[in-house]
Write a protein that binds this ligand. Structure first.
Ligand SMILES: C[S@@+](CC[C@H](N)C(=O)[O-])C[C@H]1O[C@@H](n2cnc3c(N)ncnc32)[C@H](O)[C@@H]1O
Length: 298
């Protein structure tokens, strides 16, 4: 079979059989095939990178490997776990079962936090950012790579996630501008950071335990529960974040965090009630849903 016929046959198969979850809008039959094609060729790339690169020819062994990879994907294994790659804010990151696969929707938080950090770096020179619940290190590394004046400290309760974050830092050559710790929320960071941060960023677990139980098998069966489960109402970690972040922020500095669908009004109220923030801003996604909150210390 020619390369073109081989490609068209597999694209048709994926078009008929692939089910893509709404939180992975970048994965279509075409982009999925592109990513699996490069993985079969021994050149793993994210869906975005694979879709933009010219397809290499596959020899017999690579064609057999592609059939196996397509079968794994159709059995419900997340694409990023098969390729070991995921793009986030333009960065080609390593991905796997050790931490949440960074989602496109989290780029709203990344862009919001980066804008605040850049403005503070312009005003203050060098800046310090803290990324709580860092997972694969996507937000910490995006802030560092897009704002080189930032020194970034990041942590996660999961030692497996922190190990992946460190591999990502090495993969991107972030050097010693990003430091990772493991531990519970702000307890992971050295006391020397108290009152030193220009920005705290966080994509916390914010889904209620009951909803986590009902999540799609592709998520629940493959990604760490710790990444999603925010307790009874999904607000356990977020409430602690709102209370504890001011201890680490300088005056006039920002807390930026992602929230779940429908949590905006309540959490804006929580920020106001905390009495530690002078300005509160809400950011909406393309559907008009508040998905990011930012709050500035007085
Ligand atoms: C929604 S994921 C976000 C991961 C990554 N920042 C991202 O945007 O893809 C939440 C992360 O919080 C971590 N986590 C859960 N409870 C925590 C806690 N008490 N302290 C620190 N990290 C925690 C999980 O291990 C997970 O990596």
């Amino acid at each position: 079979m020619t390369q073109t016929d081989f490609y068209e046959t597999h694209l048709q198969h994926l078009t008929q059989a692939l089910v893509v979850l709404p939180d992975k809008p970048e994965e279509t039959p075409e982009t999925t095939l592109a990513a699996l094609w490069f993985a079969a060729a021994g050149r793993p790339l994210s869906v975005e990178a694979a879709s933009q690169a010219p397809r290499p020819d596959l020899d017999g062994a690579a064609r057999a490997a592609l059939d196996g990879l397509i079968a794994r994907r159709l059995s419900g294994v997340p694409l990023a776990h098969i390729t070991g790659r995921q793009r986030f804010m333009g960065l080609e990151l390593l991905a796997g079962p050790d931490a949440l696969v960074p989602r496109k929707e989290t780029e709203l938080l990344g862009r919001t936090a980066l804008e605040k950090l850049k403005a503070m770096a312009d005003a203050r020179g060098s800046v310090t950012a803290i990324d709580v619940c860092t997972g694969s290190g996507n937000l910490a590394l995006a802030l560092n790579q897009h704002e080189p004046r930032a020194r970034v400290f990041a942590a996660d309760l999961s030692v497996e996630a922190v190990a992946l974050a460190r591999r990502n830092a090495a993969h991107l050559g972030a050097g010693d501008h990003v430091t990772f710790f493991d531990g519970d929320l702000f307890g992971a960071f050295p006391e020397a950071l108290l009152g030193q941060a220009d920005l705290v960023v966080c994509n916390p677990p914010y889904i209620s335990s009951a909803k986590v139980d009902a999540m799609a098998a592709e998520i629940a069966g493959h990604e760490p529960r710790l990444a999603f489960d925010g307790g009874g109402f999904g607000l356990g970690i977020v409430s602690r974040l709102i209370k504890e972040a001011p201890l680490f922020l300088k005056p006039g500095s920002w807390l930026c965090f992602e929230i779940g669908l429908g949590q905006g009004k309540f959490l804006k109220g929580s920020l106001a009630k905390a009495g530690a923030y002078a300005v509160i801003e809400a950011f909406e996604d393309a559907e008009g849903q508040i998905r990011v909150l930012a709050a500035q210390t007085p």
